[in-house]
Design a protein around this ligand. Structure first.
Ligand code: SAM
Ligand code: SF4
Ligand code: SF4
Length: 437
């Protein structure tokens, strides 16, 4: 930990300069929060987020911060927290275990958030969007695009008419992907012996009643999960929402599309957007997206192809850039092109030991070589190229070396959680085994 003054003795101006220097040094936000906590900025609950959101807001000159979500969004996470958007702070508004949807969406914190947005300022609740916008776009663009005519300056502080819905009933999932965790996947929870709670599922009727009240206003429904194709509530939800509204989903493409009831309903609809989550091909795919079967994924893509080609449905690969694909980008990109799919690249959240930047100089060089070879092939779309240019400019900066943690990760995977994969890492990624293990 660098030399930091006691937060209680620094002025806000000093703090802004400290935070600015830390942001400029490329520290990630998760570490920033920990750092702020460690120097006691957190005097109560979410206060340091408020502080940080306002500092970033001022430093990066964001003005007229506008978002329709507090009036037009509905998000319920698997814990049963009610929010207006996925990015909003989950600990601020309320939970279905103790309050109704209406109580939460009309409550005092919600009114405070709306007032803040009406003044053109982000609220602490919006911390995730503020930090995402330092390098690009955030979730608020999505909400504003779905409700372009909405004007918050004339809206009431108690108004809530959901146009964009994202309800995650629980974390049921058939996979335990190597970079995922028990908070998102019931399979991981079972492997680790952690009981799975179903925060939103018991409130299915209440949620559907609320949606039915606002049925005519619903424009877009996002299905996530767990695995959204395995949640029976989504089957019923598709009957409640208007036939012509957009449905988007993020799916592991690892369930049998030929027998899945939710897939059947989705295939019968127009206007469905598919985010297909995978980041490797063949055996390497099966190692990382554990529990999935590559031939099944290929059959599922065959099922989707005619709808995608007709333009009724759209979508692409939703890939996470991490050590398991850092030396295999060409094979994934060539596969995507052969299927007519785009790749939407995401950054890894955690575990940090899967970040190619954290695994020593030799690994960084391998990752850079792979990016250069990929870019030289001229098979990338512009958005893919931009993503890798950003990776290239970040990867060289010094960060802690996590090779020991990575070796422990592989050890855990192969001897404790996915024992059917014992010895496979070395076989499937010999170049990494040499540079890391
Ligand atoms: C949690 S999953 C839920 C939906 C579905 N089960 C799936 O895999 O598409 C949503 C997205 O988060 C991504 N994801 C999972 N773990 C991640 C991590 N550690 N960092 C970044 N994205 C991650 C997945 O690849 C997927 O695209
Ligand atoms: S700015 Fe982001 S976090 Fe805030 S309400 Fe809008 S979408 Fe949610
Ligand atoms: S399929 Fe999705 S939810 Fe399930 S383990 Fe993988 S990333 Fe997590």
């Amino acid at each position: 930990m660098p030399n930091v003054p006691n937060a209680k003795t620094v002025t806000e101006r000093d703090s802004l300069s400290l935070v600015s220097r830390r942001l400029d040094s490329g520290v990630c936000m998760a570490n920033m929060s920990t750092w702020l906590d460690s120097v006691c900025y957190s005097v109560s609950g979410h206060w340091h987020h408020l502080f940080l959101a306002s500092l970033i807001y001022r430093k990066y000159g964001m003005s007229n911060f506008y978002c329709a979500a507090p009036w037009r969004g509905l998000h319920i996470n698997p814990r049963g927290d009610v929010k207006t958007c996925c990015a909003g702070d989950p600990n601020m508004l309320g939970n279905l275990n103790s309050q109704s949807i209406e109580q939460i969406l009309h409550g005092p914190v919600m009114q405070e958030i709306r007032q803040s947005i009406q003044r053109g300022e982000p609220h602490a609740y919006c911390y995730n969007c503020v930090q995402a916008e330092r390098y690009g776009r955030s979730e608020r663009d999505w909400h504003n695009n779905v409700s372009p005519e909405f004007n918050c300056t004339t809206a009431d502080n108690l108004e809530h008419v959901p146009t964009l819905i994202d309800v995650r009933w629980n974390t049921t999932c058939n996979l335990s992907c190597n970079y995922c965790a028990e908070a998102c996947s019931s399979k991981w929870a079972a492997l680790k012996g952690i009981p799975t709670k179903s925060g939103a599922r018991p409130y299915y009727e209440q949620v559907c009643d609320y949606l039915e009240q606002h049925r005519d206003n619903i424009r877009e429904v996002a299905l996530v999960g767990g695995e959204p194709l395995l949640l029976p509530e989504n089957d019923r939800l598709l009957d409640v929402i208007p036939e012509d509204c957009i449905v988007t989903l993020i799916t592991n493409v690892a369930v049998d599309f030929s027998t899945n009831r939710i897939v059947k309903k989705l295939l019968a609809r127009d206007r469905v957007g598919w985010s297909l989550s995978f980041d490797n091909t063949g055996e390497r795919f099966e190692y990382v997206r554990h529990g999935a079967d590559w031939p099944q994924l290929l059959r599922n893509l065959e099922t989707l192809r005619p709808l995608m080609q007709s333009g009724q449905h759209w979508g692409g690969i939703h890939a996470v850039y991490n050590i398991y694909n850092a030396t295999r980008l060409i094979e994934l990109t060539e596969f995507a092109r052969s299927q007519g799919l785009t790749i939407h690249w995401q950054s890894l959240y955690q575990p940090e030991c899967l970040d190619p930047q954290r695994l020593g100089d030799q690994t960084k060089q391998l990752a850079l070589q792979e990016i250069d070879s990929l870019l030289a092939l001229d098979i990338c779309l512009e958005s893919e190229r931009l993503f890798f240019q950003a990776v290239k400019s970040n990867i060289q900066s010094a960060r802690d070396d996590l090779r020991t943690e990575f070796a422990a990760h592989i050890q855990d995977i192969e001897t404790q959680y996915h024992t059917d994969k014992a010895g496979k890492f070395i076989q499937l990624w010999p170049e990494l085994a040499e540079s890391i293990l």
